[in-house]
Design a protein around this ligand. Structure first.
Ligand SMILES: NC(=O)c1ccc[n+]([C@@H]2O[C@H](COP(=O)([O-])OP(=O)(O)OC[C@H]3O[C@@H](n4cnc5c(N)ncnc54)[C@H](O)[C@@H]3O)[C@@H](O)[C@H]2O)c1
Length: 148
């Protein structure tokens, strides 16, 4: 049976770091830096997902354009929800990998009935796949050497 997004969130945790569209890009950069993460979910005051803002958004749409992160708002840099892909907890890790590589998305918010319930990154998916491969190799080695 394939591992799902829900399984992955149980391993990595479901807490999502967020910001609002009205905060500055500098606030976003500082929050990502403090948490050692590459993106924030952009939420309304009511907590509803409206998009994401990534380190790449900040660099490409603000810094590279010569704009100031102190005065430009998250709303000027974020990727809005309608331009993104989201996933549900029942989708498989393989589906996420396909979405991420096919559409060049590095982060996928997880939604249940429109409510933000987690976020997974390309690194989470790659780590899971490497761990699964290693586990298969270990089992095969034990089988071949008769040490299982
Ligand atoms: N060892 C691990 O478990 C692990 C997991 C993921 C990534 N990484 C490594 O970290 C580096 C960068 O990773 P990346 O490119 O996947 O992206 P990233 O730096 O944005 O993500 C790093 C971790 O933070 C989490 N994260 C990111 N934004 C979040 C948010 N807003 N709220 C809650 N959690 C959030 C991700 O799910 C991931 O677990 C890579 O070198 C990658 O290999 C390691």
């Amino acid at each position: 049976m394939s591992t799902t997004v829900g399984d992955l969130l149980r391993i990595k945790g479901a807490k999502v770091e967020t910001i609002t569209a009205a905060e500055t890009v500098l606030d976003a950069i500082r929050r990502m830096s403090a948490k050692h993460i590459g993106c924030l979910a952009v939420v309304t005051k009511a907590g509803k997902l409206s998009g994401i803002v990534s380190e790449r958004d900040c660099l490409w749409k603000v810094i590279a354009e010569g704009k100031s992160p102190k005065t430009n708002r998250v709303k000027d840099a974020m990727t809005p929800l309608k331009q993104m892909k989201t996933v549900a907890p029942g989708q498989t890790v393989e589906e996420c990998m396909s979405l991420m590589t096919g559409r060049r998305h590095r982060h996928l918010p997880v939604l249940v009935d429109g409510k933000l319930t987690g976020l997974i990154s390309i690194g989470d998916v790659v780590k899971f796949m490497l761990d699964a491969q290693q586990s298969t190799i270990d089992s095969l080695e034990k089988y071949i050497t008769g040490t299982f």
